[in-house]
Each structure stands twice: as structure tokens, then as C-alpha cells.
Design a protein around this ligand. Sequence first.
Ligand SMILES: [Cu+2]
Length: 67
Amino acid sequence: MKLELTVQDMSCGGCANAIARAIAGLDPAAAVDIDVSTKIVKIASTLAPTQFIEAIAAAGFHPSVRD
Ligand SMILES: [Cu+2]
């Protein structure tokens, strides 16, 4: 699946790294594209979107699905 999230409270490279770690911790094979300036996180993975949303939330952020 491909998932596009907006993470409004991702404000710097440190946040982006924390989110990247949360994604990699769930699926090391996931393709990830993070843009801090637009606050958009794109993920391509075989896992379900809810798993990534929960992992990013557990890292302290508030992701919302883009549609
Ligand atoms: Cu930050």
C-alpha cells in the first residue's frame, strides 16, 4: 500500500528522524519520503496503514491521512 500522511507537529529534522525511525522499526523494507517543509510523510509498504499511524503516534506525533 501507499500511504500519505500530514504530520503537523513535525517541525524539524529531529522530528523527521524520529518519524523515520518509527517507520523503520515497524518495516525496515518500507520506502519512506519525508518532507519537513510541507510536513508530508509518504510510505510504501506491505503493512497496513494503521500500523504506521499507530507507530508514529507512539513516537509522540499526530499524523493525519491525506486524501
Ligand atoms: Cu523537531
